[in-house]
Design a protein around this ligand. Structure first.
Ligand code: ADP
Length: 220
């Protein structure tokens, strides 16, 4: 398969995080060049990614040989070896990659990556911990923080919503959240309107300030 560099992604480091990311990109139709220094890991990904090569990403000549400078999006998914993670990120910046994502394993590590100029610094473990904290606390089935203090939550509807037209329930005025969509058995997901009546057994998707959606999903 010939990779079209502009629309493909390079994933460097195919550990648990990098592998899962690369496979999900493939599933959603994006070509992936996977790079890892470990022969066994490379073997394990053979045939699953568009290309997989065994290489050391901290060597500039190697990155050039692999045409990495021609790609627009590169993810540095090396976790354990912070030095290799920082060296690789720095080389990618030097090579002029426009869209660099790098995984940080701690706040100081993330600060270094940010100072270097890495475009997107991600904290998978920290973010997952935060997300799960919201899930274990209450009735939420899913929690996604959209940005500073704004979240989308999938939850079961509190009693005050059941059997009432959304227009009459006035949840936005009273609770500061918006019921954006709902799921009904046998029907699937639909957008809400002012005339929507939520039934027992439905699942709702609400949006609003983090504290507001949190409080609303605790209501029974
Ligand atoms: P995770 O916690 O997501 O499993 P790891 O840090 O354990 O992440 O895995 C990172 C992967 O990156 C490993 O498979 C390792 O072989 C690879 N790796 C580490 N350093 C380099 C490097 N310099 N060049 C290429 N791959 C590397």
């Amino acid at each position: 398969t010939r990779l079209t560099e502009a629309s493909s992604v390079v994933v460097i480091g195919l550990g648990r995080f990098g592998s899962s990311l690369a496979l999900e990109l493939m599933r959603s139709g994006t070509d992936v060049l996977g790079i890892d220094g470990d022969e066994e890991i490379v073997q394990a990904h053979n045939g699953l990614l568009t290309h997989v090569v065994r290489a050391d990403s901290t060597k500039e000549a190697t990155l050039r040989e692999l045409s990495v400078p021609d790609f627009t999006s590169v993810v540095v998914a090396i976790g354990g070896d912070i030095q290799a993670n920082i060296l690789t990120s720095s080389l990618l910046l030097k090579l002029g990659i426009g869209n660099i994502w790098a995984k940080a394993v701690s706040d100081p590590h993330g600060e270094i990556l940010t100072q270097l100029g890495v475009h997107h610094v991600i904290y998978p473990e920290k973010d997952m911990g935060k997300r799960v904290a919201h899930l274990v606390r209450g009735a939420m089935q899913d929690y996604i923080e959209i940005g500073e203090d704004f979240a989308l939550v999938k939850t079961t509807p509190p009693a005050l919503l059941i059997g009432v037209r959304l227009g009459e329930a006035k949840v936005r005025a009273k609770h500061g959240v918006t019921v954006t969509a709902f799921h009904r058995e046998g029907v699937g997901w639909s957008y809400t309107s002012l005339d929507t009546v939520i039934l027992d057994g439905d699942v709702i998707l609400i949006a609003g300030q983090s504290a507001r959606v949190e409080a609303f999903s605790q209501l029974r």
